[in-house]
Write a protein that binds this ligand. Structure first.
Ligand SMILES: NC(=O)c1ccc[n+]([C@@H]2O[C@H](COP(=O)([O-])OP(=O)(O)OC[C@H]3O[C@@H](n4cnc5c(N)ncnc54)[C@H](OP(=O)(O)O)[C@@H]3O)[C@@H](O)[C@H]2O)c1
Length: 375
């Protein structure tokens, strides 16, 4: 009898969810199960013949990857004795808790859950508020691919990046150090990590399976870019490149304050020195250096992606909630948690408040009209 394929559930069947789901369904030996929020959303997918399309804007002739998701389901249709062994969460950060609720009864201590989201803070929510009595295997994915919805279940994959994945230290959140030995034992022994390392799938999205400290360094660098670019472009309502010659003073203020807080919160990472060849070398102080980060934000944010509009600005323009609480707001939450005092995060706190103000103002104008006198 043929062995059954592993099942991978995708919670958050939007841009990133569909990108991962279609690559998994086509390139790995798995059955992908999109978990839609309601029967209504499932009917929408059925009306599209259960098919999602991803068009590659960066490849010659822009090929379209069409994938049928026969196993898609929603909370109302799942049998009571179901079990979820592998779950990838690709909702927006602030949607995670509500989205997980109907699926909690299907999870168990050996379930693998991987978060593929921007920002930080969801791990803490899961570890400290949701999985208190028992813990599943938690993993984090940091993705730099760029993809957006073009209507229905069609998406444009605009930028090829990579996907860095690592096991989160859920049993001991203070310990950031993992050995190469742990990486290899997960690679052979953990089903979800084995799937992520499947050569076809890994090549299709440039998946890199790393120790937690390696992934965390990349995650903090990305957090700082987002703390600068996403929020400032949202507040002043501009395209990235418009900040190239004028963004440095506010970026420097955000970077220096964020670094001071992160140095306290992630002291073991800043102090990290590999104790043997079983641990990777990392240039933590080089990557998280204030001057280097400023140059990096100006180059990656304002030059390389100069014609882009950040996802947060798109959310604010389209009157959608933002992920600000998991970006600049994460620095503020860290300050509170570590009792550093709000003085230590006044720049990020103000930036968070201004993003919320901008969204509130856009919603007000949408409802009441733009009251500014036009000259
Ligand atoms: N898109 C990118 O290029 C990109 C790049 C890097 C990182 N990221 C990060 O990846 C994460 C996901 O972003 P995204 O662009 O993929 O967002 P998205 O397109 O808005 O997708 C989120 C999906 O989650 C679903 N969802 C929300 N609440 C749910 C619930 N209660 N039950 C089931 N499904 C629910 C939404 O379903 P409905 O359609 O029913 O609302 C939507 O399909 C974010 O943290 C983002 O910052 C995105």
């Amino acid at each position: 009898m043929a062995a059954t394929q592993p099942r991978v559930c995708i919670l958050g069947f939007g841009s990133i969810g569909v990108l991962l789901a279609s690559h998994l369904q086509q390139n790995a030996q798995v059955t992908v199960i999109p978990l839609l929020r309601s029967e209504k959303r499932l009917e929408d997918l059925i009306a599209h013949r259960k098919t999602a399309n991803v068009k590659s804007l960066f490849l010659d002739q822009q090929p379209i990857r069409e994938t049928i998701f026969d196993a898609a389901t929603c909370p109302e249709l799942i049998p009571n004795d179901w079990k979820i062994d592998n779950l990838i969460i690709t909702t927006k950060t602030y949607q995670t808790k509500d989205a997980l609720k109907p699926y909690m009864k299907y999870l168990h201590p050996r379930t693998n859950i991987m978060l593929v989201q921007n920002g930080l803070g969801v791990f803490e929510v899961l570890n400290e508020e949701i999985f208190v009595e028992w813990k599943p295997n938690l993993f984090q994915g940091v993705i730099s691919h760029g993809i957006f919805n073009t209507g229905g279940f069609s998406f444009s994959h605009a930028g090829f990046g990579n996907l860095k994945v690592a096991r989160l230290p859920s049993q001991d959140p203070g310990s950031i150090v993992q050995s190469n030995q742990l990486i290899s034992s997960d690679r052979s022994g953990n089903e979800l990590i084995r799937i992520m390392n499947d050569s076809n799938f890994a090549a299709g999205l440039d998946v890199q399976h790393l120790t937690y400290q390696e992934m965390l360094l990349g995650q903090l660098e990305k957090l700082i870019v987002n703390c600068c670019m996403n929020s400032v472009t949202s507040i002043v309502d501009c395209i990235n490149g418009e900040l190239r010659d004028i963004g440095a003073p506010i970026f420097d203020a955000i970077i220096s304050e964020s670094l001071t807080v992160l140095q306290t919160a992630y002291k073991p990472l800043f102090d990290y020195k590999p104790s043997s060849r079983d641990f990777p070398s990392l240039d933590v102080l080089g990557v998280l250096d204030r001057k280097r980060l400023l140059a990096f934000v100006l180059n990656i944010g304002c030059v390389v992606n100069g014609s882009n509009s950040t996802s947060m600005r798109q959310d604010v323009v389209n009157l959608r909630d933002t992920e600000i609480e998991y970006i600049n707001g994460y620095i503020v939450r860290l300050c509170d948690k570590l009792a550093l005092g709000r003085e230590s995060c006044k720049t990020n706190e103000t930036i968070e408040t201004l993003v919320k103000l901008r969204l509130g103002l856009n919603r007000y104008r949408d409802e009441h009209g733009d009251k500014r006198v036009k000259h």
